[in-house]
Write a protein that binds this ligand. Sequence first.
Ligand code: B12
Length: 230
Amino acid sequence: MILLAITNKNIVGRKMSKEELAKELSDAIISCKKDNVIAAVEKARDAGMEPTEIIEKGLAAGMNEVGVLFERGKLFLPHVMMAADAMTQGVALLEKDMEPGESAKKPAVIVNGTVEGDVHDIGKSIVSTMLQSAGFEVHDIGRDMPTKAFIDKIKEVNANVVGLSALMTTTMQGQKEVIEALKEEGLRDEIKVMLGGAPVTQAWADKIGADLYAENATEAVRGVKEILNV
Ligand code: B12
């Protein structure tokens, strides 16, 4: 076990594959222990795994499994909170590696946040980090944010994209409210609206008139590039 923790080789000395490293990252999240997550992230990074792969294939996959175990009553809310905290710390370790160079800056100003009544922010923060690392200017306004906070920030920074995260069926309505408010303020034609969060679907995005739905952070980066043609 000690050997596994300090090398990127498996028990018989073979270099671990990305799939094995991803599984170890995922298992570390499921253990809900911050130290395990930090060790697994450092090991995967030393083994040459890309930060985006570490996040999407390892940590986020583990967090999704935590969700399933929680739903089945095999993990309880304190476990989920510990796993969430460990995940946040794991992602923070990678943020420095993901900073874009000045020359990579792209012409998009993005306001991103989780809508009112919803405290889930792990996925939203990953999306912010990955958009930033792709060279976009990102203003992450946080979680449980009222519609007015989105509108005020959009005006303040002159944003051309807004990301709206909702993790609960009950808070998805907040995404619609922001779109309605953008129309009322006469801002709708100047801004692209991007939706995300586990219960959100393309059908919902179409129904409420959003421009883009992305299932994960990688798709969000791809989608923004496509929609802005950059
Ligand atoms: C972690 C977690 C928590 C943590 C949140 C910690 C934090 N800082 O975020 C804590 C413990 C605080 C919590 C609290 C609650 N939770 Co909770 N939670 C979860 C859990 C297990 C995982 C969510 C997560 O972080 N996933 C990992 C990340 C990486 O994935 P993600 O968020 O989906 O994000 C990805 C994509 O969706 C997308 N994305 C996300 N946002 C955005 C935004 C944009 C713009 C784009 C393009 C893409 C995008 O990209 C991300 C990266 O790939 C989910 C279960 C699940 N299956 O989702 C339940 C879940 C969301 N919670 C739930 C509930 C009910 C609650 C509580 C009411 C408490 C309770 N009774 O369980 C409270 C909510 C209080 C409130 N008012 O918000 C329910 C919601 C049910 C529903 N359908 O409405 C779920 C589904 C669990 C369940 N089945 O009961 N929770």
